[in-house]
Design a protein around this ligand. Structure first.
Ligand code: NAD
Ligand code: TYD
Length: 359
């Protein structure tokens, strides 16, 4: 499906990956119209989206995807041709502390979107549903052996990954049962500009810059396959444009690092970019109690995406991390306001909550 000139309904487009996606998609597709349905939770980041707002082709609609009536009304009004579903509760640690919101948004929310799409989809006015998911649905790999593929059995460990697994199953069921055209991408860990600073990478960069301690779970030996956010965005475009309907594509950066290596790399780059001492940063590492059910290793074999979509990542871990550190250095005020709570007040002032109707 060609994205340009389409009416595209994006969910979660004020979050980390979604907001980068919105900004880049408006540049890459000069005729696409984007409607961003986002509840603006603590993780949303609508600040810095002025470029999108000035484009005349972007609208932010504050709404909850789990509210079925609201979704139906919105879909009837917008008549989307393409849905790109990013919205989720996304932080594993929060899902351990309180899973309820994860079940509601990730499962119920996906269900309500699928229902709204199903009600409007016809052969003459088709709606394509692209679902953004994670490699965490496959569970954990042993160190130094194997990688997930699209046919790996689901085996999620956390309430977050279990809720994403359920959402994947629902999306595929709507294709098989109702013929709703869908594609799914299951991606590895992302990092880059605008990520909420509770996730490992921005947390460590900010802690290094502010001379605070760097909390590492367990022994820091857990491995993740890191992908720069812009490479994920390219993979999503490719899956929508060149992917086969009904198919799932695994997206991975091929940059496996354990958490000690991630922190080491961040310390080196922060030291170079901010004129600090890398050894002094690393001396502030603190090894803390491990996360319950902490998956040892994730890695995706991206061969299908390479062969069928022609997708390969452009950034190395080092080059992507340098861009991320530079972005944070240039946007310290944004991160300070997110953490001070001033940012929540700004959201409350600028974005009124919508009930059953679109903005
Ligand atoms: P994020 O937490 O930064 O952003 C999530 C966005 O969804 C926020 O803007 C939030 O306000 C919105 N949202 C939450 N609940 C909502 C609701 N009920 N209704 C409407 N909007 C709601 O997440 P992210 O890191 O940008 O992840 C986006 C998607 O990508 C998620 O589906 C996640 O599972 C998936 N994913 C993330 C990664 C990663 O490393 N970050 C990797 C693979 C897949
Ligand atoms: P995170 O960014 O939360 O992503 P995910 O759990 O979805 O992979 O964590 C990445 C890795 O970093 C994971 O192994 C947990 C670890 N971690 C820490 O060691 N310390 C921290 O403070 C955080 C947030 C994560």
């Amino acid at each position: 499906m060609n994205i340009d000139s389409k009416r595209v309904l994006i969910t979660g487009g004020a979050g980390f990956i979604g907001s980068n996606f919105v900004l880049r998609t408006l540049e890459r597709y000069p005729h696409a119209k984007l409607y961003n349905v986002d509840k603006l939770t603590y993780a949303a980041n609508p600040r810095g989206m002025e470029r999108a707002e000035c484009s005349g082709r972007y609208q932010l609609i504050r709404a909850d995807i789990a509210h079925g009536e609201t979704m139906r009304t919105l879909f009837e009004r917008i008549e989307p041709e393409l849905i790109i579903h990013f919205a989720a509760e996304s932080h594993v640690d929060r899902s351990i502390l309180g899973p309820a919101e994860f079940i509601r948004t990730n499962i119920e929310g996906t269900f309500q979107l699928l229902e709204a799409a199903r009600a409007l989809h016809t052969a003459s006015k088709p709606i394509h549903f692209h679902h953004i998911s994670t490699d965490e649905v496959y569970g954990s790999l042993p160190l130094d052996e194997g990688a997930f593929t699209e046919s790996t059995a689901y085996d999620p460990s956390s309430p977050y990954s279990a809720s994403k697994a359920a959402s994947d199953h629902l999306v595929r069921a709507y294709y098989r049962t109702y013929g709703l055209p869908i594609t799914i991408t299951n991606c590895t860990n992302n990092y880059g500009p605008r990520q909420f600073p509770e996730k490992l990478v921005p947390l460590m960069i900010l802690s290094a810059l502010e001379e605070r301690s760097l909390p590492i779970y367990g022994e820091g030996k857990n491995v993740r396959d890191w992908l720069y956010v812009d490479d994920h965005i390219e993979a999503i475009w490719a899956a929508i444009e060149r992917g086969r309907v009904g198919e799932t594509y695994g997206i991975g950066g091929g940059e496996e690092k354990n958490n000690l290596e991630v922190v080491e790399c961040i310390a080196q780059i922060v030291a170079a970019e901010a004129d600090m001492d890398a050894e002094a940063i690393l001396a502030r590492r603190v090894f803390i109690r491990d996360r319950p059910g902490h998956d040892l290793r994730y890695a995706i074999d991206p061969q299908k995406a390479r062969d069928e979509l022609g997708w390969t990542p452009r950034e190395s871990f080092e080059s992507g991390m340098r861009k991320t550190v530079r972005y944070i250095l240039e946007n310290r005020a944004l991160y300070d306001s997110i953490r001070s709570g001033e940012y929540r007040q700004w959201i409350a002032k600028n974005y009124t909550k919508r009930g059953g109707e679109a903005a």
